[in-house]
Design a protein around this ligand. Structure first.
Ligand code: MEV
Length: 353
């Protein structure tokens, strides 16, 4: 049996979430927590076993391809509400990613061959750390690998995007690209992914509120505010773009004080956009009181995660303790993790799919 195993990291948005949806620049980094997908050929059916995503499902290849056609029609019509409705069926996004990867390798006439896919992940779910994108990118990569294709990050990210569309409506594309490219990424819809060739030593503590981050709802809230108060909201998203631009310089220079300051400024803007949450505010305040150089929510907000920028190891420890005392879960992890990559597959040590 031809099997292929691929992993992809989570992601942390450093600057510019939400404004990126409106075409502005944002900066993200891959985090060292990973989803791992293993794919093998399977006659005529798609089997998905992803316990960390509560998915265990089997479908006929022909049905998965039909629903991919339907998904693509809805995407052409910009019918994101129907897409999100389809995405509520937990197995649909992963099956759509598999079908899309199969179409890419075999063209429209896919004879017989389906896929068995298993996915596991240590990226916390629905937190803002990109657990869905990590699973979609790893899965797309594993299917390409089964058919001997290269793990080109752009190709893998493009295939995986359908999964994010089904989960979130019309995401900017920063999540799937950060996860696929890894490292640090600047992203703007008009330019696409712009990998930053940097490897700054920045110490952060990520604080998870444990409150689900409802990405599409928070993006929708933003769209409403933009309609209701266009001048105010446009000014906020322009300021956020300026922060992201200054953020690139600060990262290049490893200027921790400036990175912290920019995080604080960006957090105020996100709060003004109405996407913070009391639990996020508590963790931000606790981090700053414990001596963090800056702190902000990260990702969609409305719950989810924040991160604090720390000067040294001692400060990182104090901030992590403060996050814990404030009711959050601190995560200390490396930023700039490797993007999508092949993993060794040993059929003897791995349960048969
Ligand atoms: C999600 O990780 C970040 C948002 O900017 C949404 C998106 O970019 O699609 C809130």
């Amino acid at each position: 049996m031809n099997s292929f195993r691929v992993s992809a990291p989570g992601k942390l948005i450093l600057f510019g979430e939400h404004s990126v949806v409106h075409g502005k620049l944002a900066i993200a980094a891959a985090v060292n927590k990973r989803a791992i997908a293993t794919a093998s050929e399977q006659d005529g059916i798609i089997i998905v076993d992803a316990p960390d995503y509560s998915v265990k499902h089997e479908t006929k290849l022909a049905d998965a391809l039909c629903s991919l056609d339907e998904i693509n029609e809805l995407r052409e019509k910009n019918d994101f509400e129907s897409l999100k409705r389809m995405g509520r069926e937990a197995s649909t996004p992963l099956e759509a990613v598999i079908a899309s990867a199969l179409e890419r390798v075999k063209g429209k006439c896919i004879a017989g061959k389906g896929i068995a896919l298993s996915v596991s992940s240590d990226v916390p779910k629905e937190s803002g750390l990109g657990s869905g994108s990590a699973a979609f990118v790893a899965s797309a990569g594993a299917v390409l690998g089964v058919y001997g294709r290269k793990l080109d990050p752009k190709t893998v990210a493009d295939i995986a995007y359908v999964g994010d569309v089904l989960c979130h409506g019309k995401p900017s594309g920063i999540d799937n690209n950060t996860v696929a490219f890894g490292g640090y990424l600047a992203f703007k819809k008009s330019n696409g992914p712009m990998p930053l060739k940097i490897n700054p030593k920045i110490r952060v503590v990520i604080g998870s509120t444990g409150v689900r981050a409802p990405t599409s709802e928070m993006v929708q809230i933003n769209r409403y505010w933009l309609e209701l108060e266009p001048d105010r909201v446009k000014k906020i998203i322009e300021k956020a773009e300026n922060i992201a631009e200054r953020g690139v310089d600060a990262l290049r220079e490893e200027d921790m004080v400036e990175i912290g300051k920019l995080a604080n400024e960006n957090h105020v803007l996100l709060r003004e956009l109405g996407v913070s949450h009391p639990a996020i505010e508590e963790l931000v305040i606790a981090s700053l009181k414990a001596g963090a150089l800056g702190a902000k929510l990260s990702g969609a907000g409305g719950g989810g995660i924040m991160f604090a920028v720390c000067e040294d190891d001692g400060s990182q420890k104090r901030v992590a303790d403060a996050i814990q005392r404030a009711g959050g879960t601190p995560i200390i992890t490396k930023l700039g993790a490797e993007g999508v990559r092949k993993e060794a597959y040993n059929s003897k040590t791995i349960k048969a799919l």
